[in-house]
Design a protein around this ligand. Sequence first.
Ligand code: ATP
Length: 229
Amino acid sequence: MADPLVIVRNLSKEYRTPGLPPVVLFQELSFDVPAGSMLAIVGESGTGKSTLLHLLAGLDTATSGTVQVGQTVVSSLDPADRAAFRNQQIGYVWQAHYLLPEFTAAENVAMPLLARGMAPPKARQSALRWLREVELESRAEHRAGELSGGEQQRVSLARALVTEPRLLLADEPTGNLDARTGEAIFQLMERVHREFGMTTVLVTHNEAFAQRCGRVLRLGGVRASRETA
Ligand SMILES: Nc1ncnc2c1ncn2[C@@H]1O[C@H](COP(=O)(O)OP(=O)(O)OP(=O)(O)O)[C@@H](O)[C@H]1O
């Protein structure tokens, strides 16, 4: 078994609003994600799947417990260091892909590299390479707003991968797509995982996709049960 890339220990998350009962998402959750593996997070709506992904990415802070990615204890970073950690180590595929519709596919994919200060021609070259990987090079010069939902999700995947992150996090990447397009996106993620050994954690409502990941973490109420993770 490979060394863990992600180590989660005793992670709890609850929301407290004065005058309202606390919302407890999960308590004392502990699991590892071995380097090079693919983990699905499943569970009913509202059980905290997106919140857990946010905690892994350092987009949110836990009530207690720790999240470590590689040598970085994400849960103890200040906000500026968390942002730097995300830019350097995390690729994130959002459910609503958040592409900039007026910019071309290539420009959208290049953006994380430009944000790092890479020279535009070099960033463009990498963007085109990743658009080729997601089989969308022919649409590189089309505005994102002109692409179909499935094509936009492929651009979003290329944008998440262009920085060659250590960890790919995807929040229901097939959620808004028809079954055939969802299958194509999932196959693409499987291929990236296989060919690049990309450690991948994805949230899905699709049990068949979850089983294909090999490792499943099921969230349910205040108790999170581990199946094969
Ligand atoms: N600031 C907040 N205050 C109180 N409750 C919150 C707050 N933010 C999120 N929640 C609650 O936390 C719960 C978990 O939300 P989350 O989006 O992580 O669930 P999910 O499992 O990803 O759901 P879905 O499958 O519907 O996307 C929800 O019930 C939500 O209302």
